[in-house]
Design a protein around this ligand. Structure first.
Ligand SMILES: Cc1ncc(COP(=O)(O)O)c(C=O)c1O
Length: 386
């Protein structure tokens, strides 16, 4: 689809840019806003979709704009806000590097304070809430930057409790939901963040460059794209949509591809996709736990959707101490064999420098348990478990 839009644009560029593309983008933004207003999350067996909302309040189309990626969305918010030196921005030790850097960049300009909440793993919902509570309830946080699903390790944050905790204590909330759309059902009206960013190019299977930014209506006057363009009008209070809609002549095909991505997901029945991926992740991680004594997950099932992390034990006796660990294999030679001999590209990293290594498993509808069995066999062909 992306290529089809590219050739249509090239066929008559004047017609395309002057008349065609903007109405199409508005229509797709409206569809996306509806997708971000899912009324109830009917799945209750693993707990993660058990939120139920009494009312479906449609996310207004005017709150949702397209951006290239989470990096652009997070930067637009962090770099637009006028902080004071007495302000405080709250991050965590697992905040994605780009988001942390955007905050560090703003800190250099405004001189505000940064609190980094230290999260340890394995974790559960209560531990996460208690780690944030003293900082948020202190009432000094200006902006709290929460992951929806962190990247390393991948864990669903209990936003339904964290966002009220932050807002009741006077903080604005920016959510890095880079991994969330398509992985978990979203109801932005119910979650009620101030700013929310997510990538279609992770779990919606749309092409790279297809992300969105949500900004609550009352705060839109504060937020501008990192590029100021024709859409900006200093005599008007709020030019949010116009500014993000036209950030210069560009290739709009990745944004237009949202249409197909949304239709694809809705045709498959979205809840069935979530359920399949989640079951697959729980079963795949169990497969490794059963195979490798001492292996364990870093988050419980109610904090897991389509990404799960399994700690790789040191040896077949379940010894997880790091000293003398991983005898007989190093990551470089493991990758070398997995890439060249098995054509498998896994994501393996350390929980913290020098700490336990874990593998992050991604689960998507084109995969089945047999794929993870193959991965386990491939890893066992390299790792010496003695
Ligand atoms: C949690 C999180 N935030 C932000 C990003 C950045 O996304 P992008 O590179 O599309 O800007 C990623 C990418 O993996 C991520 O995992």
């Amino acid at each position: 689809m992306e290529r089809r839009w590219m050739s249509e644009a090239q066929a008559n560029t004047l017609e395309w840019f002057s008349y065609k593309v903007r109405p199409m983008l508005r229509e797709i933004r409206a569809k996306l806003a509806t997708y971000l207003s899912v009324r109830s999350f009917p799945r209750t067996d693993h707990g993660q979709h058990s939120l139920k909302f009494k009312y479906q309040i449609q996310v207004p189309t005017s709150t949702v704009v397209f951006v290239e990626n989470a990096s652009q969305g997070i930067n637009a918010v962090v770099r637009s806000l006028n902080f004071k030196p007495t302000d405080t921005v709250l991050l965590t030790n697992v905040t994605y590097g780009m988001a942390r850097n955007a905050v560090l960049f703003a800190q250099k300009r405004f001189g505000f304070n940064i609190i980094t909440v230290d999260l340890s793993f394995p974790t559960d919902e209560n531990q996460i809430l208690e780690a944030f509570r003293p900082h948020l309830e202190g009432g000094n946080v200006t902006l709290a930057l929460f992951d929806h699903i962190s990247s390393g390790p991948a864990v669903i944050f209990p936003l339904d409790k964290l966002i009220p905790m932050a807002k009741e204590n006077g903080a604005m909330v920016l959510v890095d939901g880079a991994h969330a759309v398509g992985q978990v059902p979203l109801n932005l009206t119910a979650l009620n963040p101030d700013f929310y960013v997510s990538n279609g190019h992770k779990w919606m299977c749309s092409p790279p460059g297809s992300a969105f930014l949500y900004v609550r209506s009352e705060l839109q006057y504060l937020i501008h794209p990192t590029v100021i363009s024709f859409g900006y009008n200093p005599t008007l209070n709020n030019t949010y949509v116009a500014e993000f809609e036209w950030i210069g002549t560009r290739d709009f095909s990745a944004w237009l591809a949202w249409k197909t991505a949304l239709e694809f997901r809705l045709n498959l029945t979205d809840t069935a996709v979530h359920a399949y991926n989640n079951d697959l992740c729980l079963n795949a991680s169990q497969l490794f736990i059963d195979r490798w004594p001492g292996a364990y997950r870093l988050a419980p099932s109610n904090m897991t959707a389509s990404l799960t992390n399994v700690v790789i034990p040191c040896n077949n006796k379940g010894n997880n101490s790091t000293a003398g660990c991983y005898v007989g294999w190093d990551l470089v030679s493991l990758y070398e064999v997995l890439h060249t001999k098995w054509n498998i590209w896994p994501f393996i990293t350390e929980l913290y420098p020098g700490g336990p290594r874990y593998i992050r498993l991604s689960c998507q509808i084109y995969l089945s348990l047999a794929d993870y069995e193959l991965l386990a066999t491939a890893m066992d062909s390299v790792i010496s478990w003695n």
